[in-house]
Design a protein around this ligand. Structure first.
Ligand code: NAD
Length: 295
């Protein structure tokens, strides 16, 4: 069955996710505050492009959000989504935001007879493009079952993490580890190169040794090691360093509340702050390699 889906936020991630829904023959209506983000869809002619968010919401059974942060998610929900959505609409928020905002949105949605689920993703822009994302979903079991077929067109691991906010809790833990592993991979690659090792050989050795991780294998920060990732494209596209700071701050906030020790998360936040204040805020977070290399 083909569903009518509204999609808000067609940036680095959203554009690929929406493209996969269109390829699966769903009826997709798209909106982004930045008209340039929609250029990509003009040639395809299969997506319906609208100029106000309400038009992407009012006749949709599902609305997907892929927005930068919690403040924007809240604004969009309160000003256009909740007033325009018809009863029974499933709102699937795939953005990485704080648990509290997400739970509040879920409560507000419920009072309007709408279903709101947090469904943040992992897998990066490559995963979004290939349709291999992992979705970590927070919400009621029956709502999860209802959205699962839609998510399966954009990802290959669709996991029900628990009640509202649980998907985000898992996502925040994952990204804390990702930031640390990206910094670690960059330190190791940079040191190895300065010790005279061949870049490809070093990457290959790490990837068949105990240091192997997603940052070294799939998304190596050293230019030329992996084709078609941001490091091989002057760190453009991908996941902006300023977005990584946002996620690290979410982790620190959650850790403070839960009284969990996170010494390396604190260090990673400091380093990404330094990177951003050096004008690299829009560059992919793997730019940490270039930053260390030039230091
Ligand atoms: P992005 O900045 O490339 O895209 C966000 C899009 O939202 C932009 O096109 C922007 O114009 C649009 N937007 C902003 N305000 C809007 C509004 N009010 N209404 C409609 N559209 C609006 O960001 P991204 O990299 O695609 O990330 C989106 C979300 O996904 C973030 O929460 C991020 O943390 C998360 N995420 C990103 C990655 C990644 O690798 N890029 C991976 C996992 C999760």
């Amino acid at each position: 069955r083909y569903a009518s889906i509204g999609f808000l936020g067609l940036g680095n991630m959203g554009k690929h996710m929406a493209t996969n829904l269109i390829a699966a023959n769903h009826h997709v209506t798209i909106f982004d505050v930045n008209p340039q983000a929609l250029d990509h869809f003009k040639e395809q002619k299969q997506a319906k492009i609208v100029t106000v968010p309400q038009q992407a919401v009012q006749s949709s059974e599902f609305v997907i959000l892929m927005l930068p942060n919690g403040k924007i998610v809240r604004d969009v929900c309160q000003s256009s989504l909740f007033p325009a959505a018809k009863k029974g609409t499933y709102i699937i928020d795939c953005s990485t935001i704080d648990v509290r905002t997400s739970k509040e949105m879920a409560d507000m949605a419920r009072s309007k007879q709408l279903s709101f689920l947090d469904a943040p993703v992992s897998g990066g822009t490559t995963g979004a493009q290939k349709g291999t994302l992992t979705f970590m979903v927070g919400g009621q079991e029956n709502d999860f079952k209802a959205i699962e077929p839609i998510l399966s067109k954009m990802g290959k691991n669709i996991v029900h993490a628990g009640t509202n906010g649980s998907g985000l809790s898992a996502k925040i833990c994952n990204n804390l580890l990702l930031a640390i592993s990206m910094i670690g991979t960059s330190e190791a690659m940079n040191l190895g190169i300065k010790l005279g090792l061949n870049t490809d050989l070093l990457a290959k050795l790490i990837n068949s040794s105990t240091g192997q991780c997603w940052s070294s294998q799939t998304y190596n920060p050293c230019p030329g090691v992996v084709p078609n990732v941001p490091s091989s494209n002057d760190y453009n596209g991908g996941f902006a360093s300023e977005m990584m700071i946002k996620d690290l701050l979410l982790a620190l906030e959650a850790a403070k509340e839960a009284q969990a020790a996170t010494p390396l998360t604190e260090k990673a936040t400091e380093l990404y702050r330094e990177i951003c204040s050096n004008g690299l805020n829009k560059k992919d977070f793997s730019v940490v390699f270039k930053y260390l290399n030039k230091k």
